[in-house]
Design a protein around this ligand. Sequence first.
Ligand code: C5P
Length: 235
Amino acid sequence: MLTIPAAERLIVALDLPTVDEARSLVNRLGGAVGFYKIGLQLQYSGGIDLARELRGQGKKIFLDAKLLDIDQTVTNAVANIARLGVDFLTVHGLGPTLRAAAKGRGTSALKLLAVTVLTSQGPEDMAELGTRFSVEELVLRRAKAALDAGCDGVIASGREAAPIRAMAGDRLLIVTPGIRSEGSAADDQKRTMTPREAIAAGADYLVMGREIMRSPDPGGAAERVIREIEAALSN
Ligand code: C5P
């Protein structure tokens, strides 16, 4: 397990329609949260400017762009994203795409994370993805592709964290969405785990959106998750 402070292991997804709403959530969370994910929704309503603003306040930024295109376009896009100074970026977990992204990142500090299989997808979705592999097999193949391409980590559900760790050791960061505290609604997520379970399974970072945003006290909810991460790390 890497020596990342528990408070930095929680990444809050700013899945909100406007920058004003996202900024007000960040303000409510205050010092409790230092790492934010800006995803597809906010990227199209000022999220890139917000990323720069939050970087200026010392926050870390995960740009969840889930890139997939021809290799040259991916290389060029990643080179521009690296110049934004964000910390994490997602790219779909296909070998050529990941290699193209690694080329675009150059010597910058940007960490590239391969999307393996979305946590909203389960065994019944594998045919739609055009694969004969099980969820776990496909996740592991994509994690191996990330490693071979020189990427830094993967996005995977807590359910696949242990086999990824067994395959890659500490050479890949495991970033896990689909996190739900006990008793909390799963929404559209299928492969969910609690914060404690995901950390115990080997996840390095947890991504949480709706459960924190829906809470009447988002700061308190984030602090509870961070305490649960701390407890899981000390076991
Ligand atoms: O609201 P919830 O906690 O389910 O949010 C999870 C976040 O993680 C969303 O922003 C979603 O886009 C993202 N994500 C995911 N599964 C992946 C990659 C990203 O749920 N494989």
